[in-house]
Design a protein around this ligand. Sequence first.
Ligand SMILES: NC(=O)c1ccc[n+]([C@@H]2O[C@H](COP(=O)([O-])OP(=O)(O)OC[C@H]3O[C@@H](n4cnc5c(N)ncnc54)[C@H](O)[C@@H]3O)[C@@H](O)[C@H]2O)c1
Length: 250
Amino acid sequence: MNMTFEGKTVVVSGAAIGFGRAIAEYFVRAGAHVYGCDVQADRLAELAGVGVTTAVVDLCDREAGAAWIRDVETRAGGAIDILINNAGGVAGHAHQPIEDVTDAAWDRVIDINLGSTFALSRAAAPSMKRRGSGVIVNISSGAALQASLTGVQAYCAAKHAVLGLTRQLAHELGPHGIRVNAVAPGFVRTNDATERQWDAMGAAKQAALLEGIALRRLGTPEDIANVTAFLASDLAGMVNGQIISVDGGR
Ligand SMILES: NC(=O)c1ccc[n+]([C@@H]2O[C@H](COP(=O)([O-])OP(=O)(O)OC[C@H]3O[C@@H](n4cnc5c(N)ncnc54)[C@H](O)[C@@H]3O)[C@@H](O)[C@H]2O)c1
C-alpha cells in the first residue's frame, strides 16, 4: 500500500488556482491522468501546460457539470478513480447583514459550494458503483465546524452542508467500495478574496489569527494537497465519512 497514483483517473473541480491547482499538480507528479475544470479560462490554460486536461465549465450549471464528468469517463474509457470536489468560495461576496443578502447572492454561493459537489458526485457515482471502487474527497472548510471568518452566511451554511453530504454519501456508497471524506482547511491566502480578507484584518487581527494557530503559521495550498492525496490513497482505505482539519491546530 502506498501513495502512488500511477495511471489513475483523477478529476479536480475548480482547478485553476489555489488548492485545486496544487491538488491537480500533485496528482500529475504522482503519475495520474488529471482532469480539471474551472470558470477562469486564462488561469486554467496554465494548468494545461503541466499535463492537466482542462475544460471551462460553470459548475453552477449542474447539467454542464454532469456533461463534463461524462466526457471525462469517455476519454478515460471508464469510471473515474478519484473525484476531488474543490470548486467553491464566496463568489466575490463579503459579509453583509443578513437582511441585505439577496436571493441571487445566497443561491450563487450555495450552488458553487454545495450544488457542484452534489452534481459531480451524482454524475460520477454510477460508474464507480458498477466497477465497485472509487474515492471522493470534498474540500469543505473550517467553516463547516464553526462560524466562518468570511462572515458570509451562505458560505458557512454550504460548507456545513458539504460535511453532511460527505457523511451521508459515505454510508450510501461505502457498500459499493466507494469512500467519501472531507478536508477542512483553515485560512490560506490563495486568491483576491483571501488577500482582501487578510488586508481588511489589519496588523493586530492578523497577529491574533496567527496567535490562535498552534503552529503559528498559515497553511499553504500544498498542505491541503498533501492531506487530500492521503485521503485519496490506499493508505486511507479504512477512512470513510470523516473530516480532517488542516489548520495548524486552532
Ligand atoms: N483559501 C481559504 O482560506 C479556504 C479555506 C477553507 C476552505 N476553502 C475552500 O477551498 C476550496 C478552494 O479554495 P481556494 O481558496 O483555493 O480558491 P477559491 O475559493 O477562489 O475557488 C476555488 C476555485 O473554484 C473556481 N470556481 C468558482 N466558481 C466556479 C464555478 N461556478 N464553476 C467552476 N469553478 C468555479 C474558482 O475559479 C477557483 O479556481 C474552495 O471550496 C474554498 O471554499 C478555502
